[in-house]
Design a protein around this ligand. Sequence first.
Ligand code: FAD
Length: 417
Amino acid sequence: MSEDQKKDTPEQADFRAYCRDWLSKHETKTPSSRLPQSAIEIMHTDQMEYLREWQYEAYQAGLVGCDYPVEEGGAGRKDCQLIANQEMQAANKPFLPNILGLGMAAPTIHFHGKQGVKENLLPRLFSCEDVWCQGFSEPGAGSDLANVQTFAEKKGDKWVINGHKVWTSLAHFADWMILLLRTDKSEKYDGLSYFVVPIKSELGKSVEVRPLIKITGETGFNEVFFENLEVTEDYLLEDLGKGWQVAQTTLLHERGAGPMVTPSSGGATSGGSGNQEGLSVGGAYSLINLAKASPRNGRTAADDPVMRDKIMEMIIRQEGSKQGARRARVEGLCDHPMRIPLQSKLVMSEIRQDCGALAMEIEGAASTLYINDENAPVGGEWPLAYMNSYGVTIAAGTSEIQRNILGERVLGMAKSK
Ligand SMILES: Cc1cc2nc3c(=O)[nH]c(=O)nc-3n(C[C@H](O)[C@H](O)[C@H](O)COP(=O)(O)OP(=O)(O)OC[C@H]3O[C@@H](n4cnc5c(N)ncnc54)[C@H](O)[C@@H]3O)c2cc1C
């Protein structure tokens, strides 16, 4: 029995048994084309449709939205989402594609949405009939998020939105967006408001989405332009001028520190790829098989003692970082909700980069062979994972910003200039 199972309440133990049974009987189709390494790199409609169908089935079975109230489309359970996540991961199922919806939009709407809006929007988010994206960053507002300039002006009973968002993951598939914008230009923080807006339907016809192509060749994120998009006040979360406070709920969940556990907990940037154990490409344990299959001086890289040492060091770091859940049970370390999640985000994202760099060293010259090259080791997935690992230390707040928050807000150190 695992440590997790030992702590299950009777209700959780029953639910775990149910998940295992359902997952063991569920026939997962084979995708018609290669799947991306995480949800934020879904490029093609066939990839999205395949993953969408999987999320729909998992939701119908009660494995998504477990802890949300029934009237909001959830299963009305208590502390069961984590169990569903663990079991989906153990059964090696695909990731859930609506990662920004599940990880950020759902908890924000749950805590701040108006009655009626929650009931309309959340069931379709959980089932993945509606895909969601996050419209926070702008060309002049990333780390300094409160500097957003996208503006909503009241005209009659409508709000008219104009502006430009950037790095908007999944916007090329999204139906809806959580949107931080400005309703008052004279106040920095108190001039911000928070809307949920349709970006694809008839209502969203004044929204243009332009994909950005990454160094990997993938289109993971986009620029989004608003030109006179009209929405009603129903889609405003909390009062006017309270956008910054609402955004804190989103950011808390994005960094894995929010009260609602979702399939993307641990930070949206984990990509929902279920790689916390480090078993799949990008993780430390998978370096072992890579080394065994990589030729080196007439033998394999796994026979090289220097390589063995380096791989062991990565595995030790990965194992150490996995102890975050145990640290979270030490009262003295939980004085601030951000302490453990931010440390985990920082450490895990840096381990991923170092694992990628070591994989390139193990592959040697073969690391220049990429996806779609039949001679590439592991289908060229490692060079792709290596390049994508750099985004992980930027998304959801850069490593420098996480260090600032840890230093200033968690440890109470003096503010940096
Ligand atoms: C893979 C990926 C997916 C993303 N998806 C989304 C999305 O879906 N929606 C969305 O809204 N955004 C998204 N983003 C954007 C992301 O939130 C921003 O890139 C991030 O907040 C950094 O902002 P910036 O790029 O403007 O960099 P800047 O804020 O301009 O920072 C530039 C550099 O300066 C450093 N810096 C800035 N301020 C400080 C400071 N006070 N102290 C120390 N160093 C500082 C930063 O650490 C960084 O190294 C995504 C980014 C990536 C990489």
